[in-house]
Design a protein around this ligand. Structure first.
Ligand code: NAP
Length: 435
């Protein structure tokens, strides 16, 4: 008899990546931390893999007075810091597509200058008026830049050209509901909803995206993915680093705004939402909204039973003495900014009623680890005389997000021998090993 094996479609067919169409990218805050450490090195890697069009250019914008040559030099440095000693020859085709414009974000003439450079670069690189604005500046500048972009740039262009212009806004999107609504109103005066990408790059991680594949591309998990089978879910984002050089930003944000309301609620919604109709942005957004609306609001009078906040003090990490949060450079010791949050959250809907979700995040914790642990209910009764329920812990499914990316499932199995004796085993899948 033949053994049954799953049908495997060749990877080169299903995973073939399609290069982006011709496109320009205008990055505001191009000399900043995000652009230098993440955006430019990532774009280079995509370019290297042939996934950016040959007709690509990037126009960096900022206050700092830099020539195209200076900007290219700093981009080379940023890429080498990330990807090692990449040779000038490999870098050249990408670097030659980088340009720079400097000015004051409040000055309309800066946007006129950007407009004329975009027109010139569009001709030179044949990008057919297709471009993306990327806001990599501190959040208080988002509104200013978008308001200026409206009259000075793409809003003058009508018809299908409007569909070729995109706006990417990094998180955080506002500080609270009111400021988020205000920012949204400003943006929507100039851009259609289909042009706006409000992003949290954390949710772009392969393992975070894989939550949807895991849940909805396998038939065996969905039937048990509910309050009848799941006891509780824990979502953890632990960092071992402190605030480092980001005190200026972090001191005004804290763990709730920096991690909890975006990354953690993003992961919670992917784990707990109902199946979307399709893998389209709007369908997924609709289900996330439904889920977020089902989260029980915290009652201020009993908040301490559902949430704790803390701040790291001085201590030792890997044998090295490290400062407490209040001793870190740039931190205002008067502020009670939290560097740790743990919360017990309930989702009041049919699927999850009564199942606690424990969410926790913090800096300077024992190790760097992000994971979602789904603990199933314990078996109701032990039929084994020599093993009580205490010897049979519940099955735990762990979706490991970083630094180790993978999935593991714990289960009970008989230990070899004449005595009835059990062990908890783990079945592991590691992204690094498999891919
Ligand atoms: N860094 C990250 O890993 C990260 C992660 C997620 C989200 N984000 C978000 O991405 C955005 C950019 O972050 P970032 O870390 O790159 O910020 P940043 O380094 O503090 O600032 C980016 C650039 O904005 C310009 N800028 C700063 N203060 C300004 C001011 N008062 N007026 C005018 N321009 C000013 C500076 O460029 P010029 O002096 O050349 O104008 C600076 O290089 C922020 O909204 C941040 O919350 C960052």
């Amino acid at each position: 008899m033949q053994k049954i094996r799953p049908t495997v479609i060749p990877e080169e067919i299903i995973c073939a990546e399609i290069p982006a169409p011709p496109n320009g990218m205008i990055v505001f805050g191009a000399s900043g931390d995000l652009a230098r450490r993440k955006l430019i090195p990532s774009l280079f890697r995509i370019f290297e893999r042939g996934l950016l069009s040959e007709s690509f250019y990037l126009l960096g914008c900022g206050r700092k007075k830099l020539s195209d040559k200076d900007f290219r030099q700093s981009a080379i440095q940023a890429i080498r810091e990330k990807s090692g000693d990449t040779g000038a020859k490999e870098l050249e085709p990408f670097i030659n597509r980088l340009y720079y414009a400097s000015g004051d974000y409040n000055d309309p003439s800066f946007y006129e200058h950007i407009d004329s450079r975009v027109a010139e670069l569009d001709q030179k690189h044949e990008t057919q008026n297709r471009y993306v604005f990327y806001l990599a500046v501190p959040p208080f500048l988002y509104g200013t830049i978008v308001e200026q972009l409206g009259p000075h740039l793409h809003c003058r262009r009508r018809g299908d050209l409007r569909q070729r212009v995109r706006l990417i806004v990094e998180k955080p999107f506002g500080r609270d509901l009111q400021s988020a609504v205000e920012l949204n109103t400003k943006i929507q005066k100039c851009f259609d909803e289909s042009q706006i990408y409000r992003i949290d790059h954390y949710l772009g991680k392969e393992t975070v995206q894989n939550i949807l594949m895991f849940r909805f591309a396998n038939a065996i998990f969905e039937p048990v993915w509910n309050r009848n089978f799941i006891d509780h879910i824990q979502i953890t984002i632990a960092e071992s680093i402190g605030v480092e050089h980001r005190a200026g930003y972090y001191d005004k944000a804290g763990a709730l705004r920096d991690m909890f309301q975006n990354h953690m609620l993003g992961m919670l919604s992917l784990v707990a939402m109902e199946p979307p109709v399709s893998f389209e942005a709007d369908s997924i957004r609709d289900e996330k909204v439904k889920l977020l609306r089902s989260i029980r609001t915290f009652d201020p009078d009993s908040l301490s039973s559902f949430m704790v906040r803390g701040q790291y003090g001085p201590g030792t990490v890997n044998g090295e003495q490290v400062a407490g949060y209040r001793q870190e450079e740039g931190v205002d010791a008067e502020l009670r900014t939290e560097t740790f949050v743990a919360a017990k959250v309930f989702v009041d809907n049919w699927r999850w009623k009564g199942v606690p979700f424990y969410l926790r995040t913090g800096k300077r914790l024992a190790c760097k680890d992000t994971e979602i642990a789904i603990t199933f209910k314990q078996v109701p009764h032990s039929m084994f005389v020599s093993a009580g329920l205490a010897e049979m812990p519940a099955n735990v499914l762990v979706l490991q997000i970083q630094p180790e990316e993978g999935i593991s499932l714990s289960f009970q199995a008989k230990r070899p021998g004449s005595k009835v004796c059990m062990s908890t085993l783990r079945m592991d899948f590691s992204y690094r090993e498999v891919f």
